[in-house]
Design a protein around this ligand. Structure first.
Ligand code: S3P
Ligand code: PEP
Length: 426
């Protein structure tokens, strides 16, 4: 993909469905009794991998674009798949499904692409083993492929060393099959979509501070899920609207769940012209239309409990910082090193390549804003968030920017480039 400076971004777009919520809707719908109708489903590669995994375990799932119908098999109705499950590039699929597979009465192996098979799985293997599951890293490196043999599970109270919704969810989902109340405490609150959606499926869930617990139900009951727009996808256009001269963009029906809205707080701290309207609350998953206009941004500090609420947005926030006046310090974000790529190093390397003043630290980065950016060839190591971040950089840089492997945006935002062109009037 080649990008050049644009004249300004103008218009209104609908942001595709939230990736985290789309995964969970398919998973919980598969385990429920009855039919779950999902609208505004994210038809990106990661969520399609989740659909394929549950189809391979005997669940009938119909998909027509963003409308998905899941004919649930009930809590104990999954079948042993004929082959190993392919989780593609998706950490969420891998870790959440591992929790579910821990409670089944069959053995299964799951494996993903080269990037996925390098990501740490010890963080779920430990608590799931404590619950009694047999879970083995086939190559002995703590990564996928994972061989999981489901067992009758013991309830646990798990103290997670990381604020991770994937770890929390893996344990809570195994807890659906346990012999009592299972709880997870995390160092800071991560996204709570699992807790909210399990409740909609009739499961008893309790959330108190940074502890969530679940009681094993007899069955889960199908429900309808309207997926909000993904704030992690909206982030690219929030940033683009703020840093591109002569821009005004409205993003419709974006999810603003408080465990996900850190980018909005950062925008406020940076002095961004961002307004929200048409705020609606749907079972704890509120949405709003977000309007952004070109703004003079100023540097800020980002760390602590804010980090889990904006974890996937950090690369594009770092780009905003490169356009801001003064210094931005991002800390407590070491988790970025174990995403689809090492997002600290890859963000900083590509920013520097484009002429920005940025440096990596042990757990984050420091960006001194204000240097004009110049076009460059961007290696994104097949990481969708890096590809989109540097596309936003490319439309604001002197010369041409080439994004290699740009098709990886399909993982979370298949129509990203179409919407970008539309807003640029091209
Ligand atoms: O639970 C989820 O849907 C996700 C949780 C986050 O990962 P961690 O739990 O590893 O922080 C996030 O980065 C990922 O994109 C989606
Ligand atoms: C980290 C991400 O996803 P996952 O962990 O599901 O691969 C992401 O989408 O940025």
């Amino acid at each position: 993909m080649k990008l050049k400076k644009v004249e300004g971004l103008k218009g209104t777009i609908s942001i595709p469905g939230d990736k985290s919520i789309s995964h969970r809707a398919v998973m919980f719908g598969s385990l429920a009794k009855g039919t779950t109708h999902i609208t505004n489903f994210l038809s990106g590669a990661d969520c399609l991998a989740t659909i394929d995994c549950f189809r391979a375990m005997g669940v009938r799932i119909e998909q027509e674009g963003t409308v998905v119908t899941v004919h649930g098999n009930g809590l104990r109705g999954l079948k042993k798949p004929e082959k190993q499950l392919d989780v593609g590039n998706s950490g969420t699929t891998t870790r959440l499904i591992s929790g579910i597979l821990s409670g089944q009465d069959f053995e299964v192996t799951l494996s993903g692409d080269a990037s996925l098979n390098k990501r740490p799985m010890g963080r779920i293997m430990k608590p799931l083993s404590m619950m009694g599951a047999e879970i083995e890293s086939v190559n002995g490196d703590g990564c996928a492929p994972l061989k999981i043999t489901g067992k009758p599970l013991k309830a646990v109270r798990y103290e997670s060393p990381v604020a991770s919704a994937q770890v929390k969810s893996a344990v809570l989902l195994a807890g659906l099959y346990a012999d009592g109340r299972t709880s997870v405490t995390e160092p800071a609150l991560s996204r709570n979509h699992t807790e909210l959606m399990l409740k909609s499926f009739g499961v008893q869930v309790l959330s108190e501070g940074t502890t969530a617990s679940v009681m094993p139900p007899k069955e889960m009951t199908a429900t309808d899920i309207a997926v909000p727009g993904d704030i992690s996808s909206a982030a690219f256009f929030i940033a683009a609207g703020l840093v591109t001269p002569d821009s005004c963009i409205t993003l419709k029906q974006v999810g603003i769940n408080p465990t996900r809205n850190g980018i909005i707080k950062v925008c406020e701290a940076m002095g961004a012209d961002l307004t929200m309207s048409n705020v609606k609350d749907d079972n704890g998953e509120p949405t709003a239309d977000i309007t952004v206009k070109t703004s003079r941004l100023k540097g800020t500090e980002i760390g602590g409990e804010l980090i889990p609420t904006l974890i996937d947005e950090i690369p594009v926030i770092a780009l905003m910082a490169a356009f801001a006046e003064g210094e931005t310090v991002i800390k407590n974000a070491a988790e970025l090193k174990v995403k689809e790529s090492n997002r600290i190093d890859l963000t900083v390397d590509n920013l520097v390549k484009m002429g920005a003043d940025a440096e990596a630290t042990d757990d984050g980065m420091i960006i001194r804003g204000g240097n004009p950016l110049r076009g460059a060839t961007i290696h994104c190591k097949y990481d969708h968030r890096i590809a989109m971040t540097f596309s936003v950089a490319g439309i604001n840089a002197q010369g041409t920017t080439v994004i290699e492997d740009a098709e990886c945006v399909d993982v979370s935002y298949p129509n990203f480039y179409e919407q970008l062109q539309m807003l640029a009037g091209q």
